[in-house]
Unconditional design. Sequence first.
Length: 278
Amino acid sequence: MDASRFLFTDLTDAARSVKPSYYFMMRSLLHSRIDTGLPSQSGGEEEDVNVYLAHLLQAFGDSAYFESSRPYLHRYDHEVFDRLSQSTDARLKYKIYKTNADFLLISIGIFDNPSQTLMGPGHGPAAAHRAGFEPSEEATIGRGRTYYQFAYEYSQLVNRKHPAVTDVLEKLSHGFDRYAQILAHLRGEYLDLIQQFSQGEIYHLERSVNREQLRDKLHELQDRFLDAYAVWRRSGTEEDRKMMLAAAEALRELDPNFKFDLEQPGDSPAADSDTDPE
């Protein structure tokens, strides 16, 4: 991954220096460890895990990473095992276990989503039916731990020249729940992610916003009509009369209950509107 594509401005630095996003992820991860009372083990035994997690967090900001991971992702255990039973390629099995374990860890840690929507959410009635059978958080943690364990075992076969990642996968398997807890803290304190609104919450929020916008627009048109009427009363010109009538028509389009009877200059307008946007 080209780290130069992912930069951020460090607002805690008086110089407002621009740094790679990896720096931000690593710093947030280390602070989250301290905040949760789960600091790195002494002797540098978890430094490799910190590096792995920081790179994984950075990767999730790159759409190319999702595209490269898509061929190896499966939402359910039986899909994973069906795929694995059709292959004898140790490298493919390692890739499948490792990729799915990574997505499980990020799904539950960063996105608080044990149903692993990141693995390809479904739509329609069938998806709604399956939603009632989604795994619990405890089950997802167990799956993640198991997947990392299998990834560790296959890594010993395919990563003999790079044994460091093998050690990391074993540590992630043993401490999956602990690392998920650290990432969950990072989610709220440093990434400022909030829980996704439900469809019902979005509907009521949009309705509330639209109602306020409609009320503001109605008041604006009412003021515009009264101003135009006042100008016409003073001038009595045909041009100002047309402007006033246009303002009245615009108000009537928004508020069908608005009534206005044109009278001679010098009289008061017979205008009425009892509409209040709900």
